[in-house]
Design a protein around this ligand. Structure first.
Ligand code: ADP
Ligand code: ASP
Ligand code: MG
Length: 473
């Protein structure tokens, strides 16, 4: 059994959907039981969320235009894909109604309230996948392959953390098996909406931006599929973001840990949580290019077989801030770190990196810039006594920074890697603001100024000769 996921560009228009149909049909010859998870057509989720925000500002003409463009985009694709007049007409009516109800009317509701709540944003943001899944299923049926769209709200049960909901795996597993296994037995390909789920009481949630990868991981794990294939617009996971390093090469293999580290630190090609559900049963993940299906792609599994290089890939993450808590009196005073991180955790703020100077004069950590304000507020409250005793003297915030993560399982125990990394960074002229190495030694990460990302990534990539041109020599 195979679970596939097609990203936004892979279903971005009629010609792309036609290619998806071909890919599914070809694989179905080899593996009769296939499920497919689809993202919204590229750009659609952004537009839907923009419409909701415009509605909150009362900009009716602007959000209505987005709803109309959305209808036009899907209508064009349907007219091109579905030649059967009755089926075409039915689908057109259906999507028109859906856009009217879930974009225009919901936006109007937001306009009246003057506020777009996380719950409302999820209701609107989920529409793109609900439309694209219908299109892909119809295109498959048109091409003679039995397929049915399935709303993931019927499968994935989540908590009510709108915008970043967490799946409840045991209930999800029961529902997924009950719904999908009979379809697979009957030779039907389920086409499932990525990105979304629902609370136990049936309210639509989303799993986080880019979360369709996570959806296929969750559903694949529930069905214990043999492999999960993620189809995207690049050849696989590359040694660096190809928009920063055009010479980056595609990795043939990676371990789960390497992929997890790399995606956690910004490699957009894989949503970071995707690994979580598949790792338990060691289901291999393949990343493949839907524009060039014959290319092998990247295989992510528990172990890799090739003789890997020590450093495999470099990623970067921006729009983050460094918070530094400092005070000469911090030395030897127990509990400051505990209080700091308990306070941050109480706000559900995700800490991306922590570093403490050996003199114990400061603790610094990195979080998303959008969470700085409330984090500093709780910190001031939590450390009131320490401020009073002058153990802690200052909480500083540095914005416009980036974390660079250098990842590779074989960096473990190889001496001299850090020296080479920081040598290369120094040569590039960038200043290193803070450093952290996970105890697993599979990742060395450090903080630099956001503007230095391109030159630092290129410098480290060059130092370890990760470029395609180098490898061909
Ligand atoms: P999809 O819509 O298929 O989910 P995404 O846009 O989410 O695709 O992810 C694919 C993109 O990730 C690529 O087009 C590329 O620009 C970007 N990317 C960033 N880092 C990497 C990397 N290390 N390897 C491959 N792609 C990367
Ligand atoms: N459509 C969603 C987004 O743009 C989910 C995804 O593409 O993975 O975030
Ligand atoms: Mg993606």
């Amino acid at each position: 059994m195979l679970a596939m996921k097609f990203g936004g560009t892979s279903v971005g228009g009629a010609n792309r959907i036609a290619e998806v149909v071909k890919i599914i049909q070809a694989e179905k010859e080899r593996t009769p039981k296939i499920i497919a998870v689809v993202s919204a057509m590229s750009g659609v989720t952004n537009n839907l969320l923009a419409a909701a925000n415009l509605a909150a500002q009362g900009k009716q003409a602007e959000y209505e235009k987005i709803c109309q463009d959305l209808l036009r985009k899907h209508r064009i694709a349907i007219l091109e894909l579905i030649k059967d007049a009755i089926r075409c007409e039915e689908l057109l009516k259906e999507i028109e109604l859906m856009i009217e109800q879930n974009c225009s009317r919901l936006c109007y509701g937001i306009q009246i309230l003057g506020e777009a709540s996380p719950r409302a944003l999820d209701a609107i943001g989920s529409l793109g996948e609900r439309l694209s899944a219908r299109l892909v299923a119809a295109a498959l049926n048109e091409a003679g392959t039995k397929a049915s769209f399935v709303e993931a709200t019927e499968l994935i049960v989540t908590d009510d953390n709108f915008g970043d909901a967490a799946p409840q795996m045991s209930e999800t597993e029961a529902r997924t098996q009950a719904k999908l296994l009979p379809m697979l037995e009957n030779g039907v390909v389920p086409i499932i909406t990525g990105f979304i789920g629902a609370t136990r009481s049936g309210v639509t949630t989303t799993l986080g931006r880019g979360g369709s990868d996570y959806s296929v991981g969750i559903i694949g794990a529930c069905l214990k599929v043999d492999e999960v294939w993620i189809w995207t617009d690049v050849d696989g996971v590359m040694s660096a973001d190809p928009s920063i390093v055009p010479d980056a090469h595609t990795l043939a293999e990676m371990t789960y840990s390497e992929a997890a580290e790399l995606s956690y630190y910004g490699a957009k090609v894989l949503y970071p949580k995707t690994i979580l559900p598949v790792i338990k049963d060691e289901i291999p993940l393949l990343i493949k290019n839907s524009f060039f299906p014959e290319r092998v792609g990247t295989r992510i599994a528990a172990k890799t077989s090739t003789t890997d290089s020590d450093v495999k890939a470099i990623s970067s993450i921006k729009n983050i801030s460094l918070i530094t808590i400092s005070g000469r009196g911090m030395m030897g005073v127990p509990g400051i770190a505990a209080k700091t991180f308990t306070a941050v955790a109480s706000q559900n703020v995700n800490i991306l990196m922590i570093s403490q100077s050996s003199s114990e004069n400061n603790i610094c950590f990195v979080i998303n810039t959008s969470e700085v304000e409330r984090t500093c507020m709780v910190l001031r409250r939590a450390l009131e006594v320490e401020f009073h005793h002058k153990h802690v003297e200052d909480i500083q915030v540095q914005n416009d920074i980036a974390i660079i993560a250098v990842v590779g399982e074989r960096m473990k125990g190889t001496p001299g890697i850090a020296a080479r990394i920081f040598g290369a960074v120094g040569q590039s002229g960038a200043n290193v603001i803070a450093i952290a190495q996970g105890s697993s030694e599979i990742n060395i990460s450090f903080v630099i100024g956001q503007n230095d990302i391109p030159k630092v990534v290129k410098a480290v990539h060059d130092e370890f000769k990760l470029g395609q041109s180098n490898r061909l020599k």
